[in-house]
Every structure is written in C-alpha cells, then in structure tokens.
Ligand binder design. Structure first.
Ligand code: BGC
Length: 370
C-alpha cells in the first residue's frame, strides 16, 4: 500500500470564508485536518470531446450531481468540453484559473500540451486532479480506470472470439489518439494478449479518436490484406468500431460475415451491435464508481480533509513529468452478449427498453434480454 505523509494545513495561510455561513462539511470526521473551505465550493470540470457519448451522458452529470450531494447543494461545477481541440482546452482551463475555481478535474485532450496550464493552475493555488487521462505537469492526483487492464480484456476476449486462435490469423489494430496516454496503455495491454497468438497485419494510431479516420484506415487495411483474410479487428473503442464496421460493409462484409470486433465504453449503439452480433465485445467501465470518486476527491481536497483524500487515492502512478502521483484506478470488465444485464443494466446505465428497441427485439429475445 502506498504511504504518504498527509500535507500539513497551515490555517494562517488560508482564507476561511466562513463568515455568515459558519457551516463545515456535514460529513466532516472528527480528527481530520481542519477543513479549509465550506461547502460553497466551485469545481472546474474539463472534458475532452463529444464524439463519444460517455463524457456528457455519464462522466460529467455524475460528477456534478455527486458534488451537489456532498455539499448540501451548495457546491457547483464550472463545466467545459474541448470538442477534441487541445488549444480550446487550454483557453477553457485558463478561464477557470481566472475565475478562481477551487479545484479542477481535467480530462486532457493532449496530456503533454496541457502541462504548462496545469502549472499555471498550481501556481495560482488551484489543485488539479487528472481525470481518466494522465495529464502531465504538477497534478495533485489521478483517478481513472485500470487502462492497461482495459487493453488486456480487449485482447484476451478477441483471442477467445477467434476460438483456436492461430498465429497466422490476421488482425487489424485500430488504436486511439497518440496524444492520449490511455491509448498507449490500451495498446500495450492488448498486445500482451495478442502477441504470438495472432499476426498483426496492420496497425494504426487514430488522430483524435476519430471514427471517420478509423473508417479510412480500415478501408486501407482491407485493400492491403484482402477483405476475406481479416480474422478479427482490435478497435480501441466503440465509436471507432462503428467506423470500422462501415468500412467492412462498404467492402461487402456485413451481418454474420463480420469478423469479431472489439470496443470500449459500452456506448448504447455498441451494446445494440453486440446484441445483433455486429460487434463482439465492449469494455464496461463503471462510470458511477470513477466519477463519484473524482467528486469525493475534489471535495475532500478543497475542504482539507487529508485522511479522506488519502483513503481515496491508495494507488500511485508516474507520469512523464511527475513521480508517485496519488491515484485511484477502478477495475473494468468485458461486456459481451452474455453479461449485458449484469453490467450496464444492473448499474442503471441503460434500461433494457433503451437497448431492446423494435429493431433489436428478436435479437434481444434470442439472448434472453428482456
Ligand atoms: C477513454 C476512452 C474513450 C477515448 C476517446 C480514452 O481516454 O478512456 O473511454 O473512448 O478516450 O474519448
């Protein structure tokens, strides 16, 4: 277990805006460091993009609601989404620094390019918690899923889908954005399962995780390898799997002829493709677990509740710029036809009626989803 010395809170250096309020966190534990802030706090939340639905449908609303519930509805979020543009994210983060938010949760578009702005926040006394993607620069903590495990789960499930995988089976690898450190971890995790078991005949890094770029790269791979010679496709996420399927369909491969294709994120369309067999698997990442942990970390940090903050960050990671960053890494599971009910439905992400619309009724019945 990681051990760190809790930071001493020096009351005299802190502003204590308690006047007229007099209220500390209702959940304050006796014996913790003196809270430095009331419940009236502002958390800046920066998300990276909108193509994937998870950020606006799950991550952000869960964080927002949890911050409200941890602060008796007095805390608020200042939210911005960079729509995949690193420069936009810098501007958005600078505005939050100017607005003097109390803390920032940052899901970086470009983990390296944002480092200077992380430093600016730090210099302005605003802590930064890297969310989902490990931003470079002096961050205070990191909360994410176990991203290497994501890749392992994808690779392992693809090998299983191939049955008796043969090292001559030709695979296409569609990896994520090179500016996202997660993409490398997904790739490394997947390769640890795929290497020596299959042949990687083509491998791409996909700019900005773009489904259109994945489609174009897949078309190139089909032309190179031959449409009937592709045994499986490793797609790092669901949105790209959608582009890959379009490319295969344009080449005349559809429905039951599609090779096993992986994904990640449990996007609704992907879950429906799993139901009708177009996509073999996704990775279910329990969003409530991570997003609520992020909100708890942010509130504990602002309130100076070091014991709680330490309890929330028992892991430790290194970034290219910083060592021993306190972290929480949440585990993930493979999502296939067999466990839709026990994952996304059980966690309240989707109702069966969201998944099993008229178009998918027969396929839902066939796998007992009702
Ligand atoms: C996230 C994935 C997501 C991808 C594209 C990664 O950093 O971990 O869940 O699919 O970015 O947004």
């Amino acid at each position: 277990m990681r051990r760190r010395i809790a930071m001493a809170v020096v009351a005299s250096t802190l502003s204590l805006p308690l006047a007229g309020c007099g209220m500390l966190s209702a959940t304050e534990d006796a014996g913790e460091a003196t809270p430095t802030k009331t419940t009236d706090i502002t958390v800046g939340v920066l998300m990276p993009e909108k193509t994937n639905t998870r950020y606006e449908e799950f991550d952000y609303p869960i964080i927002r609601d949890k911050i409200a519930s941890l602060t008796q509805n007095k805390g608020r979020t200042e939210y911005a989404n960079a729509a995949s543009d690193p420069d936009t994210q810098v501007t958005q983060m600078e505005r939050m620094i100017d607005d003097k938010v109390d803390i920032i949760l940052l899901d970086a578009v470009d983990a390296h390019a944002i480092a200077g702005t992380v430093k600016k926040a730090k210099d302005a006394g605003i802590p930064v918690i890297a969310y989902d993607r490990l931003a470079e620069g002096p961050i205070d903590a990191y909360v994410s899923f176990d991203n290497e495990l994501v890749g392992q789960v994808q690779g392992r499930t693809l090998v299983e889908a191939l049955g008796a995988a043969d090292p001559s089976d030709k695979i296409v690898m569609m990896n994520g954005s090179p500016t996202d450190p997660n993409a490398k971890q997904f790739k490394d995790g997947a390769l640890s399962e795929l290497k020596d078991r299959v042949t990687i005949s083509a491998s791409y890094d996909t700019k900005a995780w773009s489904p259109e770029a994945a489609q174009a790269n897949m078309t190139e791979a089909i032309n190179k390898i031959g449409k009937n010679n592709i045994a499986g496709v490793y797609s790092a996420n669901d949105a790209m799997a959608g582009g890959i399927i379009k490319a295969l369909e344009a080449a005349g491969i559809s429905g039951g002829e599609l090779p096993p294709i992986t994904g990640q994120d449990a996007e609704l369309q992907a879950v429906q493709r799993i139901v009708n067999g177009e996509q073999y698997m996704s990775v279910y990442k329990p969003y409530p677990q991570m997003a609520e942990a992020a909100a708890e970390m942010a509130v504990a940090k602002v309130q100076g509740r070091d014991i709680q903050f330490d309890a929330l960050t028992r892991d430790s990671v290194d970034s290219p710029t910083d060592k021993d960053i306190p972290a929480q890494l949440v585990p993930v599971v493979a999502l296939t036809k067999s466990n839709i009910e026990g994952t996304v439905v059980a966690d309240g992400i989707y109702k069966v009626s969201d998944i099993c619309t008229a178009k998918f009724e027969t396929d839902c019945k066939a796998i007992g989803l009702k």
